[in-house]
Structures are given as C-alpha cells and as structure tokens.
Design a protein around this ligand. Structure first.
Ligand code: HEM
Length: 401
C-alpha cells in the first residue's frame, strides 16, 4: 500500500481516508519516504507524536528557512529570514518578541468584548435559520476576520475578499478556490493580492501608526533598525493567513462529528467542560495538517538515517491522533485531560495567535452550546480538497434552539 501512497495528494484528505492512512503509517512506517514525482521532490513524513514534536521544536536540526508548506517544496521560500514562520532562532526570537507582546493573554483581554460582539453577530444566521437548513461552514468562514480583523487593522469592507485570497494561498487545490488557469496561477494571484493589499496598508500606517498589529510591525525595532518594508508585509500576510484559514475548521469538524454521532447534547449539557472541550476541538480538528522543516545535518529519526538538506513533513493531524498519547484518539471527548495536542505546533514557532484563537473559540462554542439544544445534519459535509488545510466547505445543518 505504501508504494502507491501519495501524502501530498489533496484527494486523500478530501475523501476522508487520511486518518486511516495515518494510523497505518504510524504502525508500519512511522518515518516514511515519499518518492519524488516529475513536479515535486521526494520528502520524509513523520506521523508519531514524539517525532512530530521533535521535528517542530528541534530548530537546530530542522530549519524553517527553506519553506514550511508542501506547496513550496523544491522552491526557495522568498520569505526566508524575513517572516517569523520562515526564520530560525535566534533571529526569529528577536523578531517575534514585539508581536508576541501585542498578542499575549493580557493584550488579547483588552479586545475580548469586541470579539464577543463579533462572535455574536457571526451567529445571527444560525439563530435566524430556526428549523430550516443553514450552511454552518459559510457561517464559520466569517468568524476569523470578524474576530481578528480589528486587531490586524483590516476594515469590515475588505474582509470578504481577503478571506477569498487567503483561501487561494492555503487551499489552492480545491475546485471551488482554484482559478481556471490552474493551481500555480491561483497561488500566485492570492499572494499577489494579499501582498499588494498589505503594502498599501503598511504605507498608510507608516504615515499614521494606529494601535493594530500592522502598526506594531511598522514601529518595532529588529537588529537595531526598523523592520524592512518587505518583512513587514510578509509578516502581516502571515498573520492574516494564520488566522483566516485555520479558525473555521475547528467548529466545522467538531459539530459535523457531534451531529453525525448524536453526541452534541452530551457536551451541551456540561458547561463545565467548555475549556477542556475547546482544547479537544483543537486536537480533533487540527486545521493546519502539516508543517515542513529541512534537515540541517544528517539525523536519525526512528529507524531512518536522513541526510542533510532533506524535507521532513511533520503531520500534526496524525500526531494528534497517536494512541500512544491519546486514549481512543478518534473519539471526541470534551473532558479529555491531559490534552497536550500539537494543533498550535510546538517549540519556538508555537502559534503566536493561540490566545486570541482560544478565546474566540471559547466564546463561539460557549454561545452555541448555550443557545443550540441539538443539531442535525441536513446533508453530507464536504471537505476542503487540500493537503494542508483540514476544513469543511459545506456543512448543511438543521439547528434546534
Ligand atoms: C485555530 C486557529 C489556529 C491554528 C490551528 C494555528 C496553527 C498554527 C501552527 C501549527 C503554527 C506553527 C507553525 C510552524 O511550526 O511552522 C502556527 C504559527 C503561527 N500562527 Fe497560528 N494558528 C491559528 C490561529 C492563528 C491566529 C488567530 C493568528 C494571528 C492572529 C495566527 C498566526 C500565526 C503566526 C504568525 C505563526 C508563526 C509564528 C512563528 O513562527 O513564530 N495563527 N499557527
């Protein structure tokens, strides 16, 4: 089976077979070599929790500076050394500190009443649906920029098109996202539009800084000087992308599962399990399925000797279902404790938006569980066709108030 397996094939994830394949790989071939194809180099894949955790956190052995997504494989990463996600420590840490300060728990607290209002507004179509079918995937697609847009400095009027361009950069293989001229053209268009958008916004904030994240990037010092304009734009792009494409995947995957298994009420009746349930939702959904590193030196992983300069794909979604760490990993268990999932990564690149993401998800699930007494699937959920993004693009549901 492993000879025919292509872990970069988006159809594997669209079909819903990925977790079965990951379970098999963890047992039979936990450090798996994926041979090259005419348009893509070969790569290693790790699926065990311990290996994924090591690859993500051991930056001295595994660099982030040669691309962190499969869709960049074989091409130099133009953001290397200029963008947080594509820069190794110690430079990474100096670049990260001021942005982290603007996104730490205390800073996020100040935004929470606005985020609560935004979450409330996003859920309005669910309330209005009263007994008729509502596509929850479309509802949750509004969530990220409603919650994080003001923090980023993105006005409401721009949210819809920015969401569309972010999807072009992260789910370029999906037929509803892909442009008629192909996957590469889709990726290029998404990047071009978002970079042009942020180049304008950065120019505005240079003239008149405000209190948003783009202003933090514009006014911060890095290595004794302001961050170069290209690096500001690359980081603003990464903050937008990090927030926009990931958040909707969490409630989507979890509510689809709870409705399909008839287990929504069990969680709704336990408001004391909101916080642990949100952690479980993050583990269960793992919206960013993989991140890539390259070996800086020869290294032994499991039973494999890997040369220097090789791509290693850390499958977070596989690690988060590793039975060595999580009992009954395919089950959604809102009271699961401990729950050291890797949905936000591990080590120095641990998601910088984790506080705002967690708080937003707690508000969203808190309101849903309080207001909705049950859910019923009104048709099959449709998965995004992507080897990076795990999410649903359609989730037709009937909601019982
Ligand atoms: C449920 C929502 C989210 C998930 C699952 C998620 C997941 C992740 C993961 C796994 C990483 C580590 C990547 C790596 O190791 O290469 C990461 C990093 C990052 N995330 Fe998130 N993220 C989420 C929300 C957000 C939000 C709301 C923002 C922005 C406000 C954001 C911005 C970033 C940035 C800029 C990085 C790079 C950090 C660094 O390299 O130091 N993410 N995210």
């Amino acid at each position: 089976m492993n000879d025919l397996l292509d872990l970069a094939d988006p159809d594997l994830y669209a079909s819903g077979r990925a977790h079965a394949v990951f379970h098999d790989l963890r047992e039979t071939d936990p450090v798996h070599w994926q041979p090259p194809t005419p348009d893509r180099p070969g790569f290693w894949s790790v699926t065990k929790y311990a290996d994924v955790n090591r690859v993500l956190s051991d930056y001295e052995t595994f660099t982030s500076e040669r691309g962190t997504l499969l869709n960049l494989l074989g091409r130099p990463d133009p953001a290397a050394g200029r963008q947080l996600a594509a820069t190794d420590p110690p430079r990474h840490d100096h670049m990260r500190a001021p942005v982290q300060q603007a996104l730490n728990a205390r800073a996020v607290d100040l935004h929470m009443s606005a985020v609560d209002e935004a979450v409330n507004a996003v859920l309005e179509p669910v309330r209005r649906s009263a007994g008729s079918v509502v596509d929850l995937a479309a509802v949750f697609r509004e969530l990220p920029l409603a919650a994080v847009g003001p923090l980023l400095g993105v006005p409401e009027s721009d949210r819809a098109r920015l969401t569309q361009f972010a999807e072009m950069c992260a789910a370029e293989d999906d037929p509803d996202v892909r442009l008629p001229d192909g996957v590469t053209a889709t990726l290029r268009r998404g990047h071009r539009e978002l970079f042009a958008y942020f180049a304008d916004l950065v120019r505005q904030r240079m003239r008149q800084p405000g209190d948003d994240l783009v202003s933090v990037l514009v006014t911060m010092r890095f290595e004794g000087a302001p961050l170069p304009a290209g690096a500001i734009v690359a980081n603003a792009y990464s903050l937008l992308l990090g927030a926009t494409v990931t958040l909707p995947g969490v409630p989507g995957a979890v509510l689809a599962h709870l409705a399909a298994t008839g287990s929504y009420r069990a969680w709704a009746q336990r408001p004391d399990l909101l916080d642990s349930g949100v952690e479980e939702a993050l583990r269960f959904a793992t919206p960013g399925m993989h991140f890539v590193r390259h070996t800086r030196r020869p290294v032994r992983l499991g039973r494999q000797e890997i040369d220097a300069g090789q791509p290693v794909v850390a499958w977070l979604s596989a690690a988060n279902r590793d039975p060595a760490v999580f009992d009954a990993p395919d089950r959604f268990h809102p009271g699961r404790r401990p729950n050291r999932h890797l949905a936000f990564g591990s080590g120095r690149h641990y998601c910088i938006g984790s506080h705002i993401a967690r708080r937003t998800l707690r508000l969203l699930f808190g309101r849903l569980l309080a207001e909705v007494s049950d859910l019923e699937l009104a048709g099959p959920p449709v998965r995004v066709r992507s080897a990076f993004l795990s999410g649903l693009k359609h989730l037709p549901m009937v909601v019982v108030a």
